[in-house]
Ligand binder design. Structure first.
Ligand code: CA
Length: 143
């Protein structure tokens, strides 16, 4: 990889682009995963990879979990890392895809899946709560 530009912003942009290309080539290893889904995972991964190193380290894992409201101890983080990481130290995009596509069951995947579920726009699930409506009418009758 060679970068000829000396402008900081431009270099950063190119690095980002390079990183995206790297992620795309990893995505190619997962032809069974839908394109749109890969795109979503890629965006998630890039957001979690705060320092753009191409992988998620312990510190970034910690931040990632804090962002979804899950503060974990160092020991818990280490355990999660060990479950997902193939090199034992960082989560690569390959590890991330393996995890998110459910090829390997892990606590981290469950947390992220849950986060994804709760993030969706509020759509009423099933029939409206009947009990509260009945309670409401009961209260009126009593008056
Ligand atoms: Ca990183």
């Amino acid at each position: 990889m060679t970068t000829h530009s000396h402008q900081g912003g431009k270099v950063f942009g190119q690095l980002k682009k390079q990183q995206e290309n790297d992620l795309d080539s990893i995505s190619a290893e997962f032809p069974e995963v839908e394109e749109a889904l890969i795109q979503k995972y890629k965006e998630q991964f890039m957001a979690y990879d705060v320092n753009n190193s191409g992988d998620i380290d312990m510190m970034e894992l910690k931040l990632m979990l804090e962002r979804v409201g899950q503060t974990k101890t160092h020991l818990e983080l280490k355990k999660m890392m060990a479950e997902v990481s193939s090199n034992g130290e960082t989560i690569t995009f390959r590890d991330f895809l393996v995890m998110m596509t459910g090829k390997k069951s892990s606590i981290l995947q469950k947390i992220l899946m849950f986060e994804e579920m709760t993030k969706k726009p509020e759509t009423p699930k099933g029939p409206p709560p009947k009990k509260s409506i009945t309670d409401f009418f009961n209260k009126i009758k009593k008056r």
